[in-house]
Design a protein around this ligand. Structure first.
Ligand code: AP5
Length: 219
């Protein structure tokens, strides 16, 4: 099964993708994570992506679709893929169709996480992760049990994303409205779209997505 999680920055795509991955043996392909890894490694793609990501703009379609194409050639994707943050433009949606068709695969669901964008600003600007194990925290909603110490691995080092400041988040949201939301009708016409309330509790969102994947609901 191949699915797309669609929603603006902070909608919970990454959170839900990692839960689904753990439960279903599917692979999460996050173009944001892949681009950040390239940026941190200083690869040519990373160097090109760095200023674009830091401004909240979109990296060129050809670059992200090439990364996805390479990743789809790896055998762990045969069990199914959760696309997290891709496609983000009509061109990327076309490129994904081509990439899947060339490998004899199809798209099964597009799940839109419906959210209140203003509430997301708070979600994103307050978040940080453990530098060692990646556990996520939030300044107000999820603090470590012992201040400054990761609950999971005990590390005292934490990271915040360069693009999680309010000005950049607002630009990322504007990009979503202008370039990503318009791809929904393409998938709606193919009967692939289901909607989930992304403002609900994280477990409730996971259960709603699971129900869609299990064919119990088509919201
Ligand atoms: P990317 O990394 O994809 O960022 P994004 O889409 O802006 O999404 P986020 O990762 O910020 O949010 P999310 O929806 O995954 O939410 P999360 O689960 O983390 O992209 C970054 C940049 O890379 C882009 O701006 C662009 O430059 C570039 N890029 C990436 N892909 C590209 C592409 N295809 N084309 C071109 N450029 C591309 O949750 C957020 C927070 O909320 C967390 O703290 C979480 O714990 C919390 N939370 C989640 N769900 C809930 C809930 N239900 N209730 C309460 N809190 C919740």
């Amino acid at each position: 099964m191949n699915i797309i999680l669609l929603g603006p920055p902070g909608a919970g795509k990454g959170t839900q993708a990692s839960r689904l991955m753990a439960g279903r043996g599917m692979v999460q392909l996050s173009t944001g994570d892949m681009l950040r890894a390239a940026k941190n490694a200083g690869t040519p793609v990373g160097l090109k992506a760095k200023p674009i990501m830091e401004s909240g703009g979109l990296v060129p379609d050809e670059i992200v679709s090439a990364i996805i194409g390479e990743r789809l050639d790896m055998p762990d994707t045969l069990n199914g893929v959760i696309f997290d943050g891709y496609p983000r433009t009509a061109r990327q949606a076309e490129q994904l169709d081509t990439l899947l068709a060339a490998r004899g695969r199809t798209l099964d669901h597009v799940i839109e996480l419906e959210v209140d964008e203003e509430a997301l600003i708070d979600r994103i600007t307050g978040r940080y992760t453990c530098a060692k194990c990646g556990e996520g925290y939030h300044d107000r909603y999820k603090l470590p049990k012992v201040a400054g110490v990761c609950d999971v691995c005990g590390s005292t080092h934490f990271n915040r994303r360069d693009d999680d400041n309010e000005a950049t988040v607002r630009h990322r949201m504007a990009e979503y409205r202008a370039k990503t939301a318009p791809i929904l009708p393409i998938y709606e016409a193919r009967g692939l779209v289901a909607r989930v309330d992304g403002m609900a509790d994280i477990d409730v969102v996971t259960r709603a997505i699971e129900a869609i994947l299990d064919g119990e609901s088509r919201a």
